[in-house]
Every structure is written in C-alpha cells, then in structure tokens.
Write a protein that binds this ligand. Structure first.
Ligand code: S3P
Length: 446
C-alpha cells in the first residue's frame, strides 16, 4: 500500500478490463465514531479492533482526548480508558472535528450534558453544514448553544442540567437521533426520539452492548426510542468493528461493471439499516453473494462477493429507502449509467448538505463525462446504458465524490483525472492502493 499512501491531490484512472481480489476493509466509520464515544462514556477500559482508518474517526479520538479521555492507538487498535458520564474535563482549546459531521453532531450531545463550555468547529466544508437540526433539540433540553447565523459551526455549547424531551426530527438523520440519545443519557427523566423514517441503528445496538436500558417501540408516527437518563454505561470491552459497507460500495460496483470482475470483501457490516444498496444492486441484476452471515456485537456481518454483471431495470428510489443508502448514492449513480433501463432518485435532498452538494457534484461530473442526466432539487434521473468518456472531474473536496468518480474512470473511454482525489482519506486512506491492487490502472498525479 505504501506507494499510494502519500497525499496526492490528483489521480488519473484508466479503464480496467479486470477487477479481482479478496480483502478486508477497515472498520465502519459510523460504528467507529460510536465505539470511541461509548468507550469513553463507559466505566473501565475498552479495546477496539479494526477501528476505522478514516481521518474523520481520528478527529473523534482527538476531540475526546481534548476532553480528558486517555487513549492509545496502534494502527487500527485503539484502547480507551472510559471516564464515565461525569469524568470529562473542560477542553483548553477549540475542538476540531475536521471534515466530520458525525463527530460534531454526536459529540454535541455529550457536550450539552457537561458542566462547562466547549467550542467545537471544523474545516471549511463542515463550517457550511447545518447544525440547527441539533441545536434545536439540545436547546429544548436546556443547553445554550451559539452558532454562526444560528446554525453554522463553530458551535459554542454551554452545557448543564438537561431535562428529558420527546422529539421528532424533521429529517431522517441518524446523527440527530444519536445526538439526542447521547444528551438523553445526561438528562433527568426519559428522552424519546420518534423517527418517521428509520435510520441506521448502530447507536441503539451499541447502547445495548454497553448495558443501557433502552425501549424501542412503534406507533402511528414511526419508531419510538426511549432512553432513561443518568444510567451508567459499562465499558465496551473487546470490540471489533465490522468492515465498512459504505467503503465496500465502491469496490462492489467496480467489480459489477467491469468486463471481468470478481471481488470478495470479508467481514463487512450488513446491518439492514445500511445495506439497502445490496438489495438495489441485486434487483438491478447485480450478482452479489452474501456469505458467512453472522452477528458480532449485535451487528449483522457477512462476506460479500461481487461478480461482473449485466445491469437492467427501471430503478426508482424515494424517501423510505433513501436513508438506508444515502452515502452510497454517488457511486450508485455510476452503476446507473450502465443500466439497460433507467435510474430515478427522489427524496434525497439531504445529499445537498453533505460534505459537498452531492447532487450537484454527481450531475456536473457525469455531464463532464458525456452523460445525459436530469437534475432535481431532491435527486436526479438518467437513462442507461450510456458510454462514459474520460474527463477532468472534481472531488469538490468530498471523499465519496472522489471515490465514485474513480470507479467511473474504470469504465470510461480514455483517461479520467480526479482533482482533489486526496479527499478519499476522509473515510478510506487506503482507497487508491486497494483499487490498484484489485487491478485498476491508477496513477498519482495528472
Ligand atoms: C451518519 C449518518 C448519516 C450519514 C453519515 C454518517 C452517522 O448522516 O450520511 O455519513 O454515522 O450517523 P445524517 O444523519 O446526516 O443522515
């Protein structure tokens, strides 16, 4: 992997005839963030194996350390000394969440419950992302939070005594849900979140792994998750993070659309609240085998094998399923260009407030590659199959756009140059090494 580990702002990709391989991927980013926070909140030491190599997840560790949490990291093994609910200490500097929305939004839930003030911010992209979605419920619970224009980081969080609320987030967001549940741990009484559209449930699973009492039920408004406050959490103990399904998406689709492809990815998290991409690709005729299905720490895990396939059908995705594949839409769009049929995505307006405006980025880059695509405020439509042409495209500083358009380059005529390709390390620093090892012609520099 060493030859691709240097930060390269530009990467060139040539067409690949064969995509082959058998490997493990680093740990899931969402689960890694949570494992660090829950290990910190627990009593005693936890050892986390296969902790994500994402830059985002290192930001979470750095922020926790600034709040007095001791940890040691050796590659992907992280040992954390839990401080319990009341052991965090006031940070001496502004916390830096970097590019990571998950770090700032989840940690804000913990910070709201602290008897001190914390300022937390991040990079240019994070400073443009909306935080009113967490400011509102945390304020209802009793925290006082200042933000630029009332919504943008940095956030100044004056924590304190919190009281329980019942809250219905106006958008489907696991970050908002988790933020409120974490704040709920510090509140007097029982805090309830009502989700009209279920989102990834790693937090609920990990709370139970930490011995927390949690009630999950359903009523006419959706799923009700209730957490009693002021309950101590146990250490996570020895915890192994499942491989990242969102990172796997780039490799699965690279194998599916390759003239010859067979790729096995071991020990991938296939939690249904994250795995809708597999169902959608399978419905499109994608050959994806799910092998050795098992559970680890309450999370479903399996080995995934993708083989070169002919994609067909009229794919129409809207609100209900979107939350369960939101991060995979950029690379799903690349698969969409190869479908003998069409792809329509609606109800995905949240993509506009991710690390970049991902609808814009998908549409603009695909157009540069010669694709005809219609843009909607909340999605896009394209007819397939369409031949991609190599072009100079931009990552918009967004890891998933960099990686999705690297996969596009594998099936384009000629060379594709991705500017800002180093953004990939926000979630998968090994991306170009692994892609190259699988047979992709990857060249650093233009
Ligand atoms: C995440 C939730 C999703 C997702 C993000 C990670 C999480 O964001 O897009 O990459 O770990 O909870 P939203 O909660 O904004 O939908």
């Amino acid at each position: 992997m060493s030859s691709f580990s240097t930060a390269a702002t530009t990467v060139s990709i040539a067409p690949a005839a064969r995509i082959f391989g058998d490997f493990r991927l680093p740990g899931d980013k969402s689960i890694s963030h949570r494992s660090a926070m829950f290990a910190a909140l627990g009593g005693g030491r936890s050892r986390i194996d296969n902790y994500s190599t994402a830059r985002d997840c290192q930001n979470t560790l750095d922020c926790l350390a600034a709040l007095g949490v001791k940890y040691q990291r050796q590659d992907s093994i992280v040992t954390i000394e839990g401080v319990g609910l009341d052991g965090f200490t006031e940070a001496r500097q502004t916390l830096d969440a970097g590019n990571s929305g998950t770090t700032i939004r989840l940690l804000s839930g913990i910070l709201a419950g602290q008897p001190f003030t914390t300022v937390i911010g991040g990079d240019e992209s994070l400073s443009r992302r909306p935080m009113r979605r967490i400011i509102e419920p945390l304020t209802m619970m009793g925290a006082r939070i200042e933000a630029r224009d009332g919504t943008y980081p940095p956030l100044r969080i004056n924590g304190g005594n919190l009281h329980a609320i019942e809250y219905r987030p106006p958008m489907a967001s696991a970050q908002v849900k988790t933020c409120v549940l974490l704040a709920g741990l510090f509140a007097d009484g029982e805090t309830t979140i009502i989700e009209a559209t279920p989102t990834r449930n790693h937090t609920e699973i990990m709370l139970r792994e930490s011995g927390a009492a949690l009630k999950i039920g359903h009523d006419e408004n959706g799923e009700r998750i209730t957490i009693p406050g002021r309950q101590p959490l146990a250490a996570l103990g020895n915890y192994t993070v499942a491989g990242d399904i969102s990172s796997s998406a780039f490799f699965l689709i690279a194998a599916l659309v390759a003239p010859e492809g067979e790729l096995r990815l071991q020990h991938i998290g296939v939690n249904p609240s994250r795995a809708a991409l597999i169902d959608v690709l399978t419905e499109m005729g994608g050959q994806i085998a799910i092998e050795n299905a098992r559970h680890a720490h309450g999370e479903p895990v399996a080995d995934l094998v993708a083989r070169s396939s002919s994609l067909t059908g009229k794919v129409e995705l809207s609100s209900g399923v979107i939350a369960n594949l939101i991060d995979e839409i950029p690379v799903l769009a690349i698969a969409g260009t190869q479908i003998d049929g069409s792809m329509t995505i609606r109800g995905a307006g949240e993509l506009r407030v991710k690390e970049s405006d991902r609808i814009r980025a998908i549409v603009d880059n695909l157009r540069l590659m010669g694709v005809t695509i219609e843009e909607f405020e909340d999605g896009f439509h394209l007819d397939g199959p369409q031949q991609l042409r190599g072009a100079r495209v931009n990552s918009y500083g967004d890891h998933r756009i960099a990686m999705a358009f690297s996969v596009a380059g594998l099936i384009a005529i000629g060379e594709t140059v991705i500017d800002g390709a180093d953004a990939a390390s926000v979630s998968l620093p090994e991306f170009y090494s692994l892609l190259s090892a699988a047979g992709a012609p990857v060249k650093l520099g233009s």
